[in-house]
Design a protein around this ligand. Structure first.
Ligand code: ADP
Ligand code: MG
Length: 238
């Protein structure tokens, strides 16, 4: 079980309070999108789930276990960022298995997981290439491959597509959704793009100014926005 529970989560950077008590329940296998304007605290919240930021107040639990004080390496999660810096001097295969080597996984496990991830992401023909020899979409897939090989309980995405052009963004949305349909890994996906949220989410969390405004399915938000902010945000063109 890998449900994620965020309860009364608060965050302050020094005297600046940026999250003011956020509650989000994410079920096992759910694809939840956090959406909201720039600066509303999405990345901060995601980084708290990952263990990359300390938690000022409240609790975060993964799979029923409170993780507030667990370092990132002891949380069963993998994160994909917008700036998915690949190692330029390592091949695709080496990039993908780097974390597994650090974990000192046995060679046969590494080989098997690499093969499975490469097949899932259509990267088999590219395993011996270097990042500079790949297209933007292929590089993005390698970045996802690095997360997949770890078979985490939870995937965290922070605006993974915002550096891609519009056409590729649409294609990658589809690929990420297909991946989720296949793996059913609990996913928290952050974006400031409401179209991305509406097309990808099982459940959307609309955030503003360090609080959640509304939580619901895309249809619920579209049909019954709980306030003008949600209505305007969801309804505006991206
Ligand atoms: P979002 O991802 O929604 O754009 P962030 O979580 O990055 O928002 O930022 C939320 C707020 O916290 C912003 O006001 C931002 O300036 C502030 N902030 C983010 N990271 C830090 C930090 N390391 N130190 C101080 N303030 C920060
Ligand atoms: Mg952000």
């Amino acid at each position: 079980m890998a449900e994620v529970n965020i309860s009364e989560a608060r965050k302050a950077y020094g005297t600046l309070s940026v999250l003011h008590g956020v509650d989000i329940e994410i079920r096992d296998g759910e694809f939840v999108v956090l959406v909201g304007p720039s600066g509303c605290g999405k990345s901060t919240l995601l980084r708290m789930v990952a263990g990359l930021e300390s938690i000022t107040g409240g609790t975060i639990s993964i799979g029923g276990k409170v993780v507030n004080n667990l370092p990132p390496k002891d949380r069963d999660i993998a994160m994909v960022f917008q700036s998915y810096a690949l190692y330029p001097h390592k091949t695709v295969a080496e990039n993908m298995v780097f974390a597994l080597r650090l974990q000192k996984q046995p060679a046969d496990v590494i080989k098997q997981r690499l093969q499975a991830a490469a097949e899932t992401l259509d990267l088999v023909p590219y395993l011996d290439r270097y990042p500079r020899q790949l297209s933007g979409g292929q590089r993005q897939r390698v970045a996802m491959g690095r997360a997949i090989v770890r078979s985490p309980q939870v995937f965290l995405f922070d605006e993974p597509l915002s550096n891609l052009d519009a056409k590729l963004r649409v294609q990658m949305r589809k690929e990420i959704k297909e991946l989720h349909q296949r793996l059913r890994t609990t996913t928290i996906y952050v974006t400031h793009d409401q179209v991305e949220a509406m097309t990808m989410a099982d459940k959307i969390v609309v955030m503003q100014g360090g609080k959640t405004e509304q939580v619901g399915t895309p249809l619920e938000l579209y049909d019954r926005p709980s306030n003008t902010f949600v209505a305007t945000f969801i309804g505006s063109p991206s």
